[in-house]
Design a protein around this ligand. Structure first.
Ligand code: ATP
Length: 332
């Protein structure tokens, strides 16, 4: 493992912001810290960067203890949400800044800057100033600047959230490609589940200063352990034990399942029009590639996602099929 964090904790004025965090990032692994506002993501990233002290715990990179190493000596590349480029410097000077303060010879800097302009697809922009670039281009410069020093770890704090949806989607892919090509262990903070799923090897889901579950995007989406993770990772239906007992007793868990709810993703429910059936379409929204349909089924509101081949209309009577293998019990 490249980065290993053990038992890290941090409080602000008695309020626990991070509660015994254990986390590791493998060589070349892209890890996303995902969670709602205030769950501690930025605090964790800032402690790893060395910009904030912790109250205890260990952080090491390739076996080297980092706790007492100042930020500037950690050799990490950091990209923030606000591009924070130096406005009075050209793009080339911005990208080469870290090398300049390390007293790298000018010709080496020029060579490295040129190759990085290439990496972030900004050839020919080197002599411009930041205010002559779009937001997406400025953020690519910030990424190139972070990569210039050959960082041993790349830390990204919501780097794409200030950009519009189209630019953001393009840059996600570019950033991921660059990270894979260079093989840099990377930690990105985001509250955007789709962003985390499309970029990460591993998602670490945080809630209230704790890691509540970690795993591949697929694992977290298909097999969340708690209601919180199920709901945070996408749309879901959660049915109480009482409802399951009444309508689908064959799906009831064994006696040890505790305070659990039955979870099923909307696209796993199959729906057919059937006169007199027990379900009724309440509302629909057409989203292009799919339709999202609210159904009242045995007095239980359910969300169903279907292809767009059938045009559902409120009032349609529908038969729903839910297969046992598509359901899971999650902690309420
Ligand atoms: P967001 O997505 O909104 O940035 P976050 O998950 O990054 O949220 P943090 O910024 O890490 O959350 O904050 C975690 C908790 O610690 C919050 O309750 C926050 O109010 C608190 N906190 C963060 N920084 C400080 C500080 N300097 N002083 C006091 N409390 C702080």
């Amino acid at each position: 493992m490249a980065l290993v964090i053990q038992d890290l904790h941090k409080s602000f004025d008695g309020h626990v912001a991070l509660d015994r965090i254990n986390l590791s990032i493998g060589n070349a692994e892209f890890v996303c810290l995902l969670g709602p506002s205030g769950c501690g993501k930025t605090t964790l990233l800032r402690i790893i960067a060395g910009l904030l002290g912790s109250d205890g715990g260990k952080i090491s990179l390739d076996g080297r203890d980092l706790v007492n190493v100042p930020a500037r000596d950690r050799g990490f590349g950091i990209v923030f949400q606000s591009y924070s480029l130096f406005p009075h410097m050209t793009i080339a000077q911005n990208i080469g800044y870290g090398l300049k303060i390390r007293r790298t010879p000018d010709d080496e800097i020029a060579e490295r800057v040129n190759s990085l302009l290439d990496v972030v697809r900004l050839n020919g922009f080197g002599e411009r100033y930041p205010n002559q670039l779009s937001g997406g281009q400025q953020q690519r410069v910030a990424i190139a600047r972070a990569l210039a020093v050959n960082p041993s770890l790349l830390l990204l704090d919501e780097p794409l959230s200030a950009l519009d949806a189209r630019v953001r989607a393009g840059l996600r892919q570019e950033l991921r490609e660059v990270q894979q090509r260079l093989g840099i262990p990377t930690l990105m903070v985001t509250h955007d589940q789709e962003e985390a799923m499309s970029m990460a090897d591993k998602i670490v889901c945080m809630h209230g200063g704790r890691i509540v579950q970690e795993g591949s995007p697929r694992e977290l989406y298909i097999a969340p352990r708690t209601r919180f993770v199920a709901e945070f990772m996408g749309h879901s239906n959660l049915l109480s034990k009482t409802v399951v007992q009444a309508w689908m007793p064959e799906l009831l868990p064994d006696a040890h399942a505790g305070d659990a709810e039955l979870f099923i993703r909307p696209e796993r429910i199959t729906m057919q029009k059937a006169a007199g059936a027990e379900g009724q379409v309440i509302s629909t929204s057409f989203l292009g590639s799919i339709q999202r349909v609210q159904v009242l089924w045995k007095a239980q509101p359910l969300l169903v996602e279907t292809s767009t081949t059938v045009d559902w209309t409120p009032g349609d009577r529908v038969h729903l099929s839910i297969a046992a293998q598509d359901c899971a019990w999650v902690q309420a």
